[in-house]
Design a protein around this ligand. Structure first.
Ligand code: FMN
Length: 160
C-alpha cells in the first residue's frame, strides 16, 4: 500500500526541507498543508500571532490538500513546533481528517523546545496507529541550521 508525506512549513522552510529529504529517499507522494490566507508580517509578529492562536486553539482555514488521503495507508506528517505544540494549520488538518485504520508517522521541527508536539498530534489522529515518530532540531534562534545529526536523520528515513 502507499505512503504519503504531508507537511506544513512556514517560517524558514525547515519542515519542508525534512519532508523533501524523505521524498528524495523514498519517492513517496508529497503534499503541503497551506492556509487559505498566508501569514503576514515579520518573524517576531508571526511568533506573537502564533502564541495567541495556540492559546485559543485557533484553527485556520486550509487550502485543499490536492491528494486524497483514502488512497494511502501510511501518512508521514510533519509540523513545525509553535509554542510547544503543532502549528495551528496542522491542528486544523488533523482535526478535519479521518486517520482511522492508518499508520501515522508524526515528526516535527523545533528550535530546542519541543514541548508536547508529538503527543498532541497523536491525540488528534483518532483510530490511527503510530510508528517512527521523530523530533528534528534546528538552531535556538529559530533559524535554519540543522542541529540533529544528519546520520540520525538518514537512519530514521531508512526506516520509513
Ligand atoms: C509561531 C512560532 C512559534 C515557535 N515556537 C517554538 C517552540 O515552542 N519551541 C521551539 O523549539 N521552537 C519554536 N519555534 C521555532 C520553530 O519551531 C522552528 O524554527 C521550526 O523549524 C520552523 O519550521 P518551518 O521553517 O518549517 O516553519 C517557533 C516558531 C514560530 C514561527
Amino acid at each position: 500500500m502507499a505512503s504519503l508525506i504531508i507537511y506544513y512549513s512556514q517560517a524558514r522552510g525547515n519542515t519542508r526541507r525534512i519532508a523533501e529529504m524523505i521524498r528524495q529517499a523514498t519517492n513517496y507522494d508529497i503534499a503541503e498543508i497551506e492556509t487559505a490566507f498566508p501569514y503576514k508580517g515579520t518573524y517576531e509578529e508571526i511568533v506573537d500571532q502564533g502564541k495567541a492562536e495556540v492559546s485559543e486553539g485557533y484553527m485556520p482555514e486550509l487550502r485543499p490538500l490536492g491528494k486524497i488521503l483514502s488512497g494511502y495507508d501510511t501518512v508521514i506528517i510533519g509540523t513545525p513546533t509553535w509554542w510547544y505544540t503543532m502549528a495551528p494549520a496542522v491542528r486544523a488538518f488533523l482535526t478535519e481528517n479521518d486517520f482511522s485504520g492508518k499508520t501515522v508517522v508524526p515528526f516535527h521541527t523545533h528550535g530546542g523546545w519541543p514541548g508536547h508536539t508529538l503527543d498532541d498530534m497523536k491525540a488528534l489522529c483518532k483510530g490511527a496507529s503510530f510508528k517512527n515518530e521523530m523530533s528534528v532540531q534546528f538552531d535556538f534562534e529559530g533559524g535554519s541550521t540543522l542541529i540533529t545529526p544528519e546520520d540520525k536523520l538518514r537512519d530514521w528515513i531508512k526506516k520509513l
